[in-house]
Ligand binder design. Structure first.
Ligand SMILES: Nc1ncnc2c1ncn2[C@@H]1O[C@H](COP(=O)(O)OP(=O)(O)O)[C@@H](O)[C@H]1O
Ligand SMILES: [Mg+2]
Length: 290
């Protein structure tokens, strides 16, 4: 079977490929910041990491120092042209860290792939295209996908490839609004295309723990996750991931320098938080994850 199932399916907990979709249909919640710096932190911990930018805004691509207007091949070509393999579009940042970059044309993919929706091919194209790469010499140990701020076909492609979902969110008024729809999408993709998909957890971004409001939102979220424990839902094991990512100006500055937080300000609170988050995500048990 020309599929990644054989690669993703763990033969042992330690050797399993981790495929993490960083997802929230709201914009500005910390998806790109989390995908970039979580991926970079895992690379610092010795994992071979592939980051995939699935947002036509190409913020992850820019954040990694790549100009999306100058690309000959990007994830757009991978998704729309059978003759472009993933290896043609991947950019190596350094040994152990690579990016499959995005560009503005990616916005047209939903229309271009629409005819293949009925057969389910459109929803599985990223997964199918990645399969040979995962058997090749550059095969990563961790894939981190930056999703666009929507629940459309690109996000569905991310969820069909992923094994787990991490949801960045801000502990704001109405933070939980939209979470139901997000989880419903995860459940639908699990049912239709990807029985192994689970939600690993929620990461609080731009966090200000001392505020009363943040405390209330955290309490609501904890209660919501507890309610899922007894049900057969993909978020049955979802955790409030630790630590929360504190609001830190360096995290907001580093994208414009095309650097991860570890290259821009390795000693700052933001670098510490993402390094610890990477450790706790890598330490999560992977057996019987669903
Ligand atoms: N912990 C943080 N502290 C300060 N600014 C942050 C933090 N996380 C993200 N930001 C900034 O907030 C904005 C939105 O974050 P981003 O990761 O781009 O969200 P999304 O990808 O969900 O749209 C960006 O300008 C980013 O630099
Ligand atoms: Mg983004």
């Amino acid at each position: 079977m020309n599929d990644i199932a054989s690669v993703v399916a763990p033969t042992s907990a330690a050797s399993a490929l981790r495929v993490i979709a960083v997802m929230n249909q709201k914009g500005g919640v910390g998806k790109t910041t989390t995908a970039v710096n979580l991926g970079a932190a895992m690379a610092r911990l010795g994992r071979r990491v592939l980051m995939i930018d699935l947002d036509p805004q190409a913020h992850m691509t820019l954040h990694m120092g790549i100009d999306p207007t100058q690309l000959e091949t990007s994830v757009y070509h991978v998704l729309t042209d059978d003759d472009v393999p993933v290896s043609d579009a991947v950019r190596i940042i350094h040994d152990g860290l690579a990016v499959l970059p995005s560009e503005v044309n990616l916005a047209g993919v939903e229309t271009e792939l629409a005819p293949k929706m009925v057969t389910g091919l459109a929803q599985r194209v990223l997964r199918a295209k990645l399969a040979p790469y995962l058997r090749g010499p550059q095969a990563p140990e961790v894939i981190v996908i930056d999703c666009p701020p929507s629940l459309g076909l690109l996000t569905i492609n991310a969820l069909t490839l992923a094994r787990e979902v991490i949801v960045p969110m801000q502990a704001h008024f109405l933070a939980l609004q939209g979470l139901g729809k997000l989880l419903e999408t995860v459940a639908l993709v699990r049912q239709a295309f990807n029985p192994d998909l689970t939600v690993s957890g929620v990461v609080l971004c731009m966090h200000e723990s001392q505020t009363l409001l943040a405390g209330e939102v955290v309490a609501d979220l904890t209660q919501f996750l507890e309610q899922g424990r007894q049900q057969d839902v993909p978020w049955r094991r979802a955790q409030l991931l630790a630590p929360p990512i504190r609001r830190n100006i360096k995290l907001a500055e580093c994208p414009s320098f095309g650097k991860t937080i570890f290259d821009y300000a390795p000693a700052c609170a933001g670098a510490q938080d993402y390094q610890q988050l990477a450790q706790s995500v890598l330490a999560m048990p992977q057996d019987a994850a669903s």
